[in-house]
Write a protein that binds this ligand. Structure first.
Ligand SMILES: [Zn+2]
Length: 312
């Protein structure tokens, strides 16, 4: 199926057509997590041929000034979520390709051995998707009870250290990804406000640089989160809803294409058409309709795209 789609996109000119129609005058944002340098190298070489690298601040400047035409054609922003320790290996690539990505950090996980909770054995046993559906306090309690307390140091660190953050800071910008990576819509009001507002303050203090961009953990957010971000003074917030961003896009609901960390360039070109996400959505809505007609509840919006490796 994957190969057939990749061949279709390649031979039909669909990739080129979508890029010309959708990405020439609108910003494409791609999302990575912990890519292998060899894989990312191929992706960056592909982007360098077909897009113009730009930064999130440049896109935000163009949105705020209304001078969208200042952006180069086919503007593309690389974003990387969570601040995985492996990201430090990417620095030579950023220099080589002259790209300045934004890495979104969790201010209470960087510089500690606290785990990314979804990568723990406890989360594996309980089920990551199951945990995402729990109220935040319940998710923490269950993880702690199963032996991987998300608020305590684990056996091995998952995130970068602060000195690695400082060293990599020459080639990347940093945004906030909350303090502890909860599912925001499962948090009570106080917790959501702290996770959004304090992560910015803590990151600015630790890095000595402004932190004005945010990415929603797991792509989950609601009106409350958008209002909290506005109040906290963020310029942009990135979702994982596939699509492109024009000059009039809502800066606190930026669309982006999640890219699997290990995909081939031919599948990358398919992901950038938005086709897989569209097909997934279609499949889920059909399944929802079937479930509804069989008397079962339809899956909620939060479970609509069960692409775990693309999220978090
Ligand atoms: Zn994340």
């Amino acid at each position: 199926m994957k190969e057939a789609l990749a061949a279709l996109v390649r031979w039909s000119g669909l990739g080129w057509g979508v890029r010309f129609l959708c990405a020439r005058r609108r910003a494409t944002i791609v999302v990575y997590h912990d890519p292998d340098p060899a894989v990312l190298r191929e992706h960056l070489a592909y982007y360098a041929r077909h897009y113009s690298f730009t930064t999130l601040d440049t896109v935000a400047d163009a949105m705020e000034s209304g001078r969208w035409g200042d952006l180069p054609p086919y503007p593309l922003v690389i974003t990387i979520d969570d601040g995985h320790a492996g990201n430090t290996r990417l620095e030579p690539l950023f220099r080589e390709f002259g790209v300045r990505p934004t890495i979104y950090l969790c201010s209470r996980i960087v510089g500690t051995a606290r785990p990314f909770w979804w990568k723990t054995p406890a989360a594996d046993r309980i089920g990551v998707e199951e945990l995402k559906r729990q109220p935040d306090t319940e998710r923490r309690r269950r993880l702690a009870e199963a032996g991987d307390d998300p608020d305590r140091d684990g056996a091995a660190r998952h995130a970068m250290t602060w000195s690695e953050v400082a060293a990599l800071g020459e080639t990347v910008d940093y945004g906030a990804h909350t303090r502890t990576h909860p599912i925001l819509i499962q948090c009570d009001d106080l917790r959501a406000a702290e996770e959004i507002g304090l992560s910015r303050i803590e990151l600015e203090k630790a890095t000595g640089r402004p932190c004005r961009h945010f990415a929603y953990p797991n792509g989950d957010y609601g009106e409350r989160e958008v209002e909290l971000l506005r109040a906290a003074g963020y310029r942009t917030a990135r979702t994982i809803e596939p699509g492109w961003n024009g000059g009039r896009a809502d800066p606190l609901r930026l669309k982006a294409f999640p890219v699997s960390d290990d995909v081939s360039v031919s599948w990358l070109t398919v992901q950038l058409t938005g086709l897989p996400a569209w097909l997934r959505g279609l499949k889920e809505s059909l399944r929802g309709r079937r479930a509804a007609s069989a008397g079962y509840p339809a899956p909620s919006a939060g479970t609509a795209i069960p692409a775990a490796p693309l999220r978090q």
